[in-house]
Design a protein around this ligand. Sequence first.
Ligand code: SAH
Length: 217
Amino acid sequence: MDEYERQRSRMVNKQILRRGLKDPRLLAAFESIPRHLFVPERYHDAAHDDGPLPIGHSQTISQPYIVALMTALLGLGGDERVLEIGTGSGYQAAILAMMAAEVHTVEYVPELAAQAEALLMELGLDNVHVHVGDGSLGWPENAPYAGILVAAAAPEAPKPLLKQLEDGGRLVLPVGGRGTQNLEVWERKGDDFHSKIETAVAFVPLRGEQGWDREVW
Ligand code: SAH
């Protein structure tokens, strides 16, 4: 075991398993994806800390526990097609790649998308498809999705995303403004949508048509 593997193992035990997330597939995903490669080199030693880290372009890689929680809330069995909005470093997409059959991830900042895509391909995660665009509108080309995960805070659950869920599918996203937001879980049953609030979280703003205006946040 190298030093990073040891750090990952500690991270999984202390931050994920002990906080109640026990799905063996989820834990295995966090054990196998080399989180340090998704943060800038000067943060390699802090890559397994219990919090978010800067990744450039005013964006962050989420706290490991929050990545785990949002993934768990999708309730994936392994054969699904899923969508992520806000690729950022690509770390969440890499975890999803281990948990589902096909992952589409959309990023607004072309430089971040290119960097994430290169790393994901280097790691052989070829079931991830990185797209550049406004993910607040989803990614209709490959819809419907069994799960949609939004890694940036929206003013409300975007209608286009709800529309791109398959029957029984789930949307997990932070809703709210600057400061803290509510992590919401939406589930589609036919043409009905049920939502519940899971916990409080702190994310960067979702931009784009269904996101926050820069004058507001
Ligand atoms: N999931 C990422 C964390 C992303 S931070 C990771 O694991 O590292 C949120 C990301 O959402 C940022 O990279 C930001 O550029 C992106 N973003 C914000 N608004 C967006 C939009 N409308 N469409 C796509 N990406 C968006």
